[in-house]
Ligand binder design. Structure first.
Ligand code: AHR
Length: 657
């Protein structure tokens, strides 16, 4: 028990921890008898956007980049050798008409070849199976052709192979499964024409065999599992700025993302070339993870879907407000929103309900919410919002509408948007805040004084930036400050109905924006400290609030402490979240009102997230540097005393009989 002062000089630590110097315990009262307010099941959710290779190259498990040769540079992502020509005559797919014609090289050991580099490589795992599919035909009077399919590792070794033999002069889909003999992160796919005739190849696709729920055209299992583990109550999709597009023709058009994947047209990804310093010229949207896959995933996770539709405005940042669909030509955009509701909820007898049913889901998806516009602002937004909401309310009064409060969390524009949303009776208003630690700590009481007038808050995008905007690490400090702020969501559950961190996913080599909740490469993923905060909050929340106070006031930063409480009626648990953002440990005396002495189970469980250095990050090399740890504390009668360490996120769970 010695404290080190200078090299070789030690003092007994008792001097430092003497009762005179120690901070007095903080008394906290938990009023279990108070009525509280309901906590919505949608309180903690996820927000997905195809940014940072989030969909193509990420959640969407397709491993071939530019599988339909439909990028503006048709061979981007491909290497060719020998006689390989692009063509589009007699294509099987009207929306993606390009294919390649390969011709065998006679009288030579050379072969015509196609090689795809994947999304910053392809990740293969030893012993796992990969499914290749390709549409092929031989030209008239041509014999069957032999194609050798190779999985190739980082060092050009063949680690898996299969043969494919075409047998038709009509377009036909062929598939083979290939087992990888080695694990590698940056592999590639090779197709070698072994015979000497000609063959046409379209839509060349490679998926891992073990996609989420083993679905065809599936999603990456590990990433979906990480999302599922968050137990999201709501699932916002498809963005973000991507909803708006860099210009209106590139907006997210949901109708182009349903039906057979081969015929879903390509779209330019807004994040392709819009982030200076992090340009990603090979970033396009195949629509392979489209609206059907989205609704299905929301259903798998038990999350309410919250689609956001374009309201006739392209990205207002990028277009300097030029990209506006004229008001008298807004009809198609509004119809798209109504049709989306029909796609989700209409019976299979309706036009769009039929499309859904034919894709494999005759039952409705039970859509309850729709967001009109992303973080739009100005009169141009309000007049469009008004038209959309009139049309949606007239046809679908059962759907709740989410409106925008713009890109900033306060200011004139924000106030005007909120006022207008109230006047137009939006059910929820989407707020976005990307800010620094100070902001998050100082705003923990943000919602304590919000008007209670029937319009609810959707905190649709937020993240704490400890460094520069859009280029900040996911360190523990950022997660700690988010946790402190999130106690304010929970305390104000009567008006805060939905919250989603942003962005969700980022490929370690193809990101445009950080921080992000989950980082991944082609083989693995890293859960950030911010992820664990989200998980601690969403996995441990009751159905009604319980006041947690100190000296009669909610804890919103006194003694560097932040707190919220909920009661989980189904499991009879009181769940207290307590965050210590300060550099000193705090002794806590927790006192329960409305609970008879001895009624609480003698031991309470705690879950803590802490890092001795707040700059700590979880990395690919050390993914578990910051993870929750659990333990128990003892309760005596209706009181409980414990210490919360400096800079710690704590969840304390008390069991009632
Ligand atoms: O989350 C990243 C971006 O931040 C979103 O696309 C946009 O809505 C916000 O500006």
């Amino acid at each position: 028990m010695f404290s080190r002062l200078k090299k070789g000089v030690f003092l007994p630590i008792i001097l430092i921890l003497s009762p005179l110097g120690a901070a007095a315990p903080v008394s906290i009262s938990v009023d279990a008898d108070a009525k509280g307010v309901p906590v919505q099941p949608t309180m903690y959710g996820i927000f997905f956007e195809d940014i940072n290779f989030g969909a193509d190259g990420g959640l969407y498990a397709e491993m071939v980049k530019n599988r339909a040769f439909n990028f503006p540079q048709p061979l981007m992502g491909w290497k060719t050798f020998g006689a390989v020509q692009l063509n589009n005559e007699g294509s099987p797919f009207a929306e993606n008409p390009r294919y390649v014609r390969m011709t065998g090289i006679k009288h030579s050991r050379k072969r015509s070849l196609l090689e795809n580099e994947g999304f910053r490589g392809m990740g293969f795992e030893q012993g796992k199976t990969y499914n290749l599919s390709v549409w092929a035909r031989q030209p008239e009077n041509e014999k069957p052709q032999n194609i050798l399919v190779n999985l190739v590792d980082n060092e050009n070794n063949v680690i898996g192979k299969a043969n494919l033999r075409t047998d038709s002069t009509e377009w036909k889909r062929y598939s083979v499964s290939i087992k990888a003999g080695q694990t590698c992160e940056k592999g590639s796919l090779r197709l070698i024409l072994e015979s000497f005739g000609q063959v046409d190849l379209a839509h060349i696709s490679l998926f891992p065999g073990d996609t989420w729920k083993n679905r065809k055209n599936g999603l990456r299992r590990d990433l979906v599992q990480a999302l599922t583990d968050l137990k999201p109550g709501v699932f916002r999709f498809p963005g973000g700025c991507i909803v708006e597009g860099s210009e209106l023709p590139f907006r997210y058009d949901w109708k182009k993302t349903v039906g057979p994947v081969e015929n879903r047209p390509l779209n330019e990804n807004l994040w392709n070339f819009s982030t200076s310093g992090r340009r990603t010229p090979d970033y396009y949207q195949t629509g392979g993870l489209g609206f059907y896959e989205y609704f299905l995933l929301a259903e798998d996770m038990g999350a309410e879907p919250l689609p956001i539709v374009n309201c006739g405005l392209a990205c207002q940042f990028q277009t300097k407000e030029d990209g506006q669909q004229p008001m008298d030509q807004l009809g198609n955009y509004i119809q798209d929103a109504l049709d989306l509701i029909e796609f989700a909820n209409g019976s299979p007898e309706t036009k769009w309900g039929k499309v859904r049913a034919e894709m494999g889901h005759p039952a409705p998806f039970n859509l309850k919410y729709i967001g009109v516009g992303n973080e739009q602002w100005g009169a141009c937004y309000l007049e469009r919002f008004s038209e959309f909401s009139k049309a949606i309310r007239a046809r679908h009064p059962e759907i709740q509408i989410v409106g925008s409060s713009g890109p900033s969390p306060d200011g004139k524009r924000f106030d005007e948007l909120w006022k207008a949303m109230r006047e137009m009776k939006a059910e929820l208003v989407d707020e976005h805040y990307y800010s620094n630690p100070k902001w998050f700590l100082e705003n923990a009481a943000r919602y304590d004084s919000y008007p209670r007038d029937g319009v609810s808050v959707f905190a649709g995008e937020y993240a704490c930036y400890v460094k520069g905007f859009s280029n900040s690490p996911n360190n523990f400090l950022s997660a700690l400050c988010e946790a402190a702020f999130m106690t304010g969501f929970e305390r104000n559950a009567d008006i805060v109905h939905m919250t989603t961190y942003a962005p969700l996913l980022a490929h370690k080599e193809a990101w445009q924006w950080r921080p992000d909740l989950i980082w991944f490469d082609n083989l693995s993923l890293v859960k950030t400290p911010n992820y664990y905060v989200q998980q601690l909050f969403s996995n441990n929340v009751g159905d009604r609030t319980v006041p947690v106070t100190s000296e009669g006031k909610p804890l919103t930063g006194q003694h560097d402490l932040y707190a919220s409480g909920t009661y989980d009626g189904a499991n009879k648990r009181l769940i207290i979240k307590l965050i210590n953002s300060g550099r000193e440990a705090r002794d806590i005396n927790l006192e329960f009102k409305g609970i008879k002495s001895g009624q609480l189970a003698e031991k309470a469980q705690y879950l803590l997230l802490h890092a001795s250095n707040p700059q700590t990050e979880n990395t690919f090399e050390a993914p578990f540097s910051v993870v929750p740890v659990s333990g128990q504390i003892t309760i005596k009668g209706d009181q409980c005393s414990f210490r919360i360490d400096a800079e710690t996120v704590g969840v304390y769970i008390f069991q009632l009989p």
